[in-house]
Design a protein around this ligand. Sequence first.
Ligand code: NI
Length: 171
Amino acid sequence: MAIRQILTAPDPRLKQKSKTVDAVDDGLRRLMDDMLDTMYDAPGIGLAAVQLGVPKRVVVMDVSREGEPAAPQHFVNPEILWASDELATYEEGCLSVPEHYADVARPARCRVRFLDYQGEIRELEADGLMATCLQHEIDHLEGVLFVDHLSTVKRSMILRKLTKQKRLTGV
Ligand code: NI
């Protein structure tokens, strides 16, 4: 288990489309363990493999509240089967867009099919924070960041600030 470096926008590697995973093996489980370590350390509630520069369709999440026991979840090849017409708005952030937050409206509920840590096929119906987080993470697999849901003006303002920050810190 290890903490890895999280890529931050703007970075062309975050814009790539992640590839379908062929098999859930020990190598992939090691990647998922590293992803959770990195996410908890950040700290964050969700992370896609591509944020570590690994373009595979893998997501980890833990949306348990503070004071509740940890509830790590693994999603390999997650696929949205259904999304509600009803929308919900959450203030979103992203470990790849540090220190910037903005309201994003997404379907309030969704049904997702995926492979779990053991490689078993599972389906899950999510609402609330879980539904938002799942859609945010699945966006990452398509090279989409939450800022891509904002107006061009807002997006370029955030990306300009991040670019300036990178130059200052040399990251
Ligand atoms: Ni994100």
